[in-house]
Design a protein around this ligand. Structure first.
Ligand SMILES: NC(=O)c1ccc[n+]([C@@H]2O[C@H](COP(=O)([O-])OP(=O)(O)OC[C@H]3O[C@@H](n4cnc5c(N)ncnc54)[C@H](O)[C@@H]3O)[C@@H](O)[C@H]2O)c1
Length: 338
């Protein structure tokens, strides 16, 4: 049994990850400030006596010090996950993502915890020109502050691996779907259609090509790779920061996670309407981007992850339809998230 800290444990993905870690027999210390997290997402975890919740902010070193005492590793999933709002409030991604990741790393170093699993994103690739996009593709430019903050997080983690002997695993996910899904185009479309089933406004011209992954497939991949394929190495003291040993046993790896497929946004709109039993007038915007930073084509090469023996079990259509059913059965989420 290991003891893991999960930042963002009350979030969409963090709560599923927490349950999966508890299901594997581990202790989990969840940290969340409930900025977007939901108490209800933790109902199952709270029934397990190996789960502890620390309500607090990861920018607060005191909260992290308490969480990290006796921990074996950190799953750093807390973040501002809203890609779209970045340019309207440019400090948010810097503080909640870049600085928060730095604070997690510094607190880990202080506590002698050197293993970190990081929720990165396909958004960190900007608008790549190679499809399907492998882990080592060129990145022409960042197109969002969120993407920039995720790449900064990866950079910080790799530097801590190099300089302080940390072990880091960054998973770049495409957009996730499934139960507890609280933001993104399926949420927006279902919300619109609940208010008015006669029309659906779609950002962009609907030809955006996107890949989606079911949250269960994502969590299975993360645990398979970070626990089974790369079991924790024996803990060694973190090198003296005044004389770090570059490259001494450092291990930093990036994995792309998605399905080996994509769909058009207009196809997804069709599945959503079909699942809801509505036939709205579709009103498209113009251009191939819904907003600045909305990549018109997301399609990751997931060969590296699949070579480890993991494979996604849900098609994009099945994930979209299941997500619609979950939203319909949990209308309270529309009051909590905008
Ligand atoms: N959902 C996706 O499609 C997707 C895709 C790629 C990457 N990611 C990344 O995965 C992670 C989880 O995303 P999600 O969709 O579950 O988002 P979410 O908003 O549901 O979860 C984030 C959680 O972190 C908590 N949190 C945020 N800032 C905090 C802080 N300063 N201190 C403590 N807790 C804080 C929130 O309350 C929330 O519970 C994020 O890092 C996100 O960037 C998500």
């Amino acid at each position: 049994m290991s003891t893991y800290v999960v930042t963002g444990a009350a979030g969409f993905i963090g709560s599923h990850l927490t349950e999966a870690l508890l299901g594997r027999g581990h202790r989990v210390i969840g940290v969340d400030n409930f900025s977007t997290g939901q108490e209800r997402f933790l109902e199952a975890a709270r029934r397990c006596d190996r789960f502890t919740l620390l309500e607090g902010d990861i920018l607060d070193p005191g909260v992290l010090r308490q969480a990290l005492a006796g921990a074996d590793a950190v799953f750093h999933f807390a973040a501002n996950a809203d890609v779209r709002g970045g340019f309207a409030a440019p400090r948010v991604d810097l503080e909640q993502n870049t600085l928060a990741t730095f604070q997690v790393l510094e607190s880990m170093r202080e506590a002698g915890v050197s293993r970190i699993v990081f929720a990165s994103s396909s958004v960190a690739l900007g608008e790549p020109e190679v499809f399907p996009t492998p882990e080592d593709c060129p990145i022409p430019a960042q197109t969002s502050l969120y993407g920039a903050s995720k790449m900064a997080g990866e950079g910080l983690i790799s530097a801590y691996c190099e300089g302080y002997g940390f072990e880091g695993y960054a998973f770049r996910f495409v957009s996730l779907l499934g139960p507890r899904y609280p933001h993104g185009h399926v949420f927006d479309f279902v919300k619109q259609l609940r208010a008015d089933p006669s029309r659906l406004r779609i950002l962009g011209d609907g030809t955006q090509r996107k890949s989606y992954l079911h949250v269960d497939d994502c969590v299975r991949a993360v645990l398979h790779i970070a626990e089974d394929v790369r079991p924790a190495r024996p803990r060694s003291p973190i090198p003296d920061p005044r004389s770090p040993i570059p490259g001494s046993g450092s291990r930093f790896e990036v994995y792309h996670l998605g399905v080996p497929a994509y769909c058009l946004v207009r196809e997804s709109a069709h599945w959503i309407c079909d699942e809801l039993g509505v036939s709205p007038r579709l009103e498209f915007g113009s251009g191939t981007r819904g907003w600045i930073g909305d990549s018109p084509f997301v399609f990751l090469d997931v060969t590296k992850a699949m070579k480890t023996g993991w494979a996604p079990q849900h098609s994009i259509e099945a994930s979209v339809r299941e997500t619609v059913r979950w939203l319909v059965g949990n209308p309270w989420i529309f009051e909590r998230r905008t």
